[in-house]
Design a protein around this ligand. Structure first.
Ligand SMILES: *Cc1c(COP(=O)(O)O)cnc(C)c1O
Length: 229
């Protein structure tokens, strides 16, 4: 499939998932994950009006960001090493993978130096898979209470990754679990403003994630593709 067809295919499926679950299509944002493709392909993606670009490592993103940063809104979605925070602050509008206090402190420090507020999501390991990064669900409340004191770190929601499943339906409990955790945190009113975002759903499972309330889906292979074409 060509890029245009893939975009149409994904859009139709997101729209259908919204219909099935009684959601508004406008409440689901699409992040085009460009980690598998070149700067030229990323430029094409932007040409097609997909302006939210996701990358999981600064080393992969650097050339694309340097060439194209004015044209997109950049999301950092991968595991973030503390010593790499300096590279992403001021470049990425969103960090989806905040998963520990030491990282929050470094973001606060570097964002404070340039007087920026960084929009972050807390990554939570809902599935309990050992290979996944992310906070244990019970670690979220204590961390939120600490981050509340950080004026340059603005937590707007939660992020998770589901295990790969042949049958995407089996990922549903993970996405539902993230939504229930967000709703529970909002009932406890731990943040100044309610947590609104759920960053969940990838190529294999985004339709289920949308049905369960995703506000950002992060799509690489199904949308952007894996190589030039
Ligand atoms: C690579 C990646 C994605 C997109 O993966 P696809 O399965 O190709 O859609 C989404 N989220 C994160 C955190 C990733 O690293």
């Amino acid at each position: 499939m060509q890029l245009e067809e893939r975009i149409q295919h994904v859009n139709e499926r997101i729209t259908a998932a919204c219909k099935r679950s009684g959601r508004n299509r406008e409440d689901v944002g699409v992040i085009a994950v460009t980690k598998y493709v070149s700067t030229a392909m990323t430029s094409k993606v932007l040409d097609h009006g997909l302006i939210h670009i996701g990358e999981n490592r600064w080393q992969n993103a650097e050339d694309k960001w340097n060439a194209l940063h004015d044209r997109g809104i950049w999301h950092f979605i991968g595991h973030l090493q503390t010593n790499k925070v300096k590279d992403v602050i001021g470049k990425f509008a969103y960090i989806h993978s905040l998963d520990r206090l030491s990282l929050a402190k470094e973001i606060e420090k570097k964002a404070g130096q340039v007087d920026l507020q960084v929009e972050c999501m807390l990554q939570v390991n809902i599935s309990g898979e050992e290979s996944k990064y992310g906070l244990e669900p019970e670690e979220v409340v204590p961390l939120l209470k600490q981050i509340r004191e950080f004026p340059h770190v603005h937590i707007t929601g939660l992020m998770t990754m589901a295990p790969f499943e042949e049958d995407a339906e089996r990922t549903r409990p993970v996405f539902r679990g993230l939504r229930e955790l967000r709703d529970d945190l909002n009932r406890q009113a731990l943040t100044n403003q309610p947590l609104t975002h759920l960053s969940m759903g990838m190529s294999n499972d985004y339709e289920v994630a949308v049905e369960e309330g995703a506000t950002w889906v992060r799509l690489g292979s199904v949308l952007v593709g894996k190589e030039e074409d």
